[in-house]
Design a binder for this molecule. Structure first.
Ligand SMILES: *Cc1c(COP(=O)(O)O)cnc(C)c1O
Length: 457
């Protein structure tokens, strides 16, 4: 078998900026050891997120020029609507400016005090919108999904027994919906099997509970089903994705992920009355129903991106990129999440920096070391992001201390990834010299975005 290559050639390039180690030490100090506070011009390889960072294709850029900016009834909307309808099989398609706007609209109507939303794992904006409505969110990921370094094919699956138990306990009339996140972003980009989707759908149907999909990475999930679930080996990724959607009453989507767009999202629904209520809210928060929160040109880029993402050469290259980096790290003994997820590689910082106690944020310490050593920017997903304080002011740490290296779609080449592996391995070899982190200033909510920190020398 030949090397799996980038299935594109490069038409426009964007320079990246080199800095010296001494400069990065100073820049990071000025950013208070918070990589969110760095200027992106001071980053060499930016793995902060895969959201909105995709490279668009020449077809998408052509679509940008073709975009029709009519306020109402733009042909760009009808092209977008037709693509989403064909993919999801859902008749009511509502464009929004990004995924969380779809969530806000949907949960404003279906949520509220006393309501319960059950998921494999709710993404943070999804949970925040549920809780903001007054409702409760419950995560029921399967047991395999809780152990980062033990491989299993579908670690994003929902725990079906726990789902039945929770429905019993809470009472089916209180469950607003079950939401399956594909792939499971907060659980490491791990996929959900079609078998699990079918089982969860059957339980929802028995109990009269609506079943929704948080579809941000539907194509990556569908490709995992094709290569890991025997029944689907000969099916097209498109037909697998269509089957996933066929079980759902609706879906929310961020086009900043698997639609290769820099902005955008949508809500797709089967229920006509619910769609009407959503459109009523859309008009006051996003815009007229044929553009939502978007320009006509964005609708074109999304419509084209949603077709392109189903290309199996692309998906093979995409999934292989994560595996390739993961394999290099495993070979060097670096503790890394296994198997690789669909959009990111996760380092286990608790093992990586086992000399740093959780109170000194090993994940953030590792994030800082990767930037200083190689100009690579990534994000802590651990106690800085999810830690809380108890009544005595003592840190209640997160269950896992992870560092996420999210890979933007179609942006970096294999040599960029080789470089990232070299940087991680170099940091691993010198890990004992890495200091812990102390927070000196923090906000009460979502503190990781703005916290000011220092190194413990
Ligand atoms: C990104 C994301 C969202 C929110 O989408 P935005 O476009 O960032 O608002 C919701 N769910 C999942 C799983 C995501 O990855």
């Amino acid at each position: 078998m030949h090397t799996i290559i980038e299935p594109f050639r490069i038409k426009a390039v964007e320079p990246i900026h080199f800095t010296t180690r001494e400069q990065r030490e100073l820049l990071l100090k000025e950013a208070h050891y918070n990589t969110f506070l760095l200027k992106s011009d001071d980053v060499l390889i930016d793995l902060l997120t895969d959201s909105g960072t995709s490279a668009m294709s020449s077809d998408q850029w052509a679509g940008i020029m073709r975009g029709d900016e009519s306020y109402a009834g733009s042909p760009s909307f009808f092209r977008f609507e037709a693509v989403v309808k064909e993919l999801t099989g859902m008749p009511f398609i509502i464009p929004t400016h990004q995924g969380r706007a779809s969530e806000k609209i949907l949960f404003s109507i279906t949520g509220g005090k006393g309501k319960v939303f059950i998921s494999n794992t709710l993404f943070d904006t999804t949970r925040a919108n549920i809780e903001f409505s007054g409702a409760e969110g419950i995560d029921l990921v399967c047991e395999e999904g809780k152990h980062p370094t033990i491989p299993a094919p579908f670690k994003g699956n929902m725990d079906v027994e726990a789902l039945e138990r929770t429905i019993q306990e809470k009472g089916k009339e209180h469950i607003a919906m079950v939401i399956m996140t594909v792939t499971n972003n907060s659980g490491g980009g791990q996929p959900v099997s079609m078998g699990n989707i079918r089982s969860v759908k059957a339980i929802c149907a028995q109990n009269g509970i609506p079943f929704y999909i948080d579809a941000c990475r539907f194509a990556e999930n569908a490709y995992f089903i094709k290569i890991r679930e025997e029944e689907f080996a000969d099916k097209s990724v498109e037909s697998i994705a269509q089957e996933m959607f066929s079980y759902a009453d609706g879906c929310t989507m961020s086009a900043k992920k698997d639609a290769f767009a820099n902005i955008g999202g949508f809500l797709a629904l089967h229920d006509k009355d619910l769609a009407q209520q959503c459109r009523n809210l859309l008009v006051i928060t996003e815009g007229f129903p044929t553009y939502g929160g978007l320009a006509g040109r964005d609708l074109e880029a999304i419509a084209i991106g949603l077709r392109e993402v189903l290309d199996e050469h692309y998906l093979q290259y995409r999934i292989r990129s994560m595996e390739y980096l993961t394999e290099k790290l495993i070979k060097a003994g670096v503790p890394v999440m296994q198997p690789a997820g669909g959009h990111a590689v996760y380092l286990d910082a608790k093992q990586f920096l086992d000399h740093i106690p959780v109170e000194q944020y090993p994940g953030q310490a590792l994030v800082c070391a990767l930037y200083i050593t190689g100009g690579v920017r990534c994000v802590e997903i651990g106690s800085l992001m999810f830690g809380k304080y108890d009544d005595a002011g003592k840190l209640v740490p997160a269950t896992l201390e992870l560092v996420r290296l999210a890979i933007p779609r179609r942006v970096y080449t294999q040599s960029h990834i080789d470089y990232v592996a070299e940087v991680i391995i170099e940091v691993y070899k010198n890990r004992k010299a890495i200091p812990g982190i102390r927070i000196v200033e923090e906000a009460p909510l979502l503190r990781h975005f703005t916290a000011k920190m220092e190194l413990i020398r």
